[in-house]
Design a protein around this ligand. Structure first.
Ligand code: COA
Length: 260
């Protein structure tokens, strides 16, 4: 598939996806969400891809939100469908991917942009990044998981404040609040993300996927995360990666994981 709004680059088992609508500050319109879904779906089942980095084109914005121009005239039902489709195609999809997704936040991450970054498993921000959920300033609420994931990451009190003020957080505050894992100069952003991705890519893909399923299960209603952990832990013992990892340790060599 030829993509209009995203660029893909795969190197050393790391797929970098760049959202490429810089003149619209990489705002997420329907087509971009569909293209991201397609690229991520293919990456999820491609064994040569072990880690995915998502970033924005240019130096100004990661993603400045959902495309306001596209939804400004929507009805109640269209609004609900927009939110539901977004959850399914992109935001839940990213969070539930079987391989780590790193958001390289290279500038404004607002609304759907911050929601996309929060769906990723790890966030690294450049020092010029600004993050916020300004939806209530438009008369709407975060609809791509923001009301849930912001509270999970920074706590309920700060999420209540950020959402109601529609305020923006700078990178240093985001780091202090645990919204991002690291802040680095913009010039070092992709290198830092690739270094992290390289470390992840050397470990067992099946074990990482199992660990992520276990972590995420703790955030689901009615699911006991500890029980999920016990089940996932047990399943690891039946994998080739477990055999390889433990054998390599005993033989005092580096493991070579196949992801099986
Ligand atoms: N949806 C659609 N278009 C957007 C957009 C969005 N979320 N964010 C930015 N753009 C467009 C602008 O309309 C403008 O397009 P135009 O040149 O065709 O008019 C272009 O991107 C550049 O944005 P501009 O506002 O001129 O840049 P700025 O430097 O003055 O301001 C922001 C940058 C990020 C502060 C400002 O663009 C903004 O507030 N964007 C909306 C953020 C938001 O509310 N997101 C949540 C959406 S639910």
């Amino acid at each position: 598939m030829a993509y209009q709004n995203i660029l893909l680059q795969e190197e050393n088992n790391i797929l970098t996806i760049t959202i490429n609508r810089p003149d619209q500050l990489n705002a997420l319109n329907k087509q971009t969400i569909e293209e991201l879904n397609k690229a991520l779906s293919l990456a999820d089942v491609n064994p040569s891809v072990r880690v995915i980095i998502i970033t924005g084109s240019g130096e100004k914005a990661f993603v400045a939100g959902a495309d306001i121009k596209e939804f400004a005239a929507f009805s109640i039902e269209e609004g609900r469908m927009l939110s539901r489709a977004g959850h399914k195609l992109l935001f839940d999809f990213v969070e539930n991917m079987s391989k780590p997704v790193i958001a390289a936040v290279n500038g404004f991450a607002l609304g759907g942009g911050l929601e996309l970054a929060m769906s990723a498993h790890v966030r690294v921000a450049s020092d010029n990044a600004k993050m916020g959920l300004p939806e209530v300033s438009l008369g709407v609420i975060p609809g791509y998981g923001g009301t849930q994931r912001l509270a999970q990451l920074v706590g309920k009190g700060k999420a209540m404040e950020m959402i109601a003020t529609a305020g923006m957080m700078n990178a240093a505050d985001a780091l202090q609040w645990g919204l991002v894992n690291y802040v680095v100069p913009q010039a070092d952003l992709l290198t830092t993300c690739k270094d992290l991705a390289t470390k992840m890519s050397k470990n067992s893909p099946v074990a990482i996927a199992a660990a992520y399923r276990s972590i995420l299960s703790g955030y689901k209603n009615g699911v006991n995360g500890f029980e999920s952990e016990i089940a996932e832990f047990g399943k690891c013992f039946g994998t080739a990666d477990f055999k390889e990892g433990t054998t390599a340790f005993i033989e005092k060599r580096k493991p070579s994981f196949t992801g099986n």
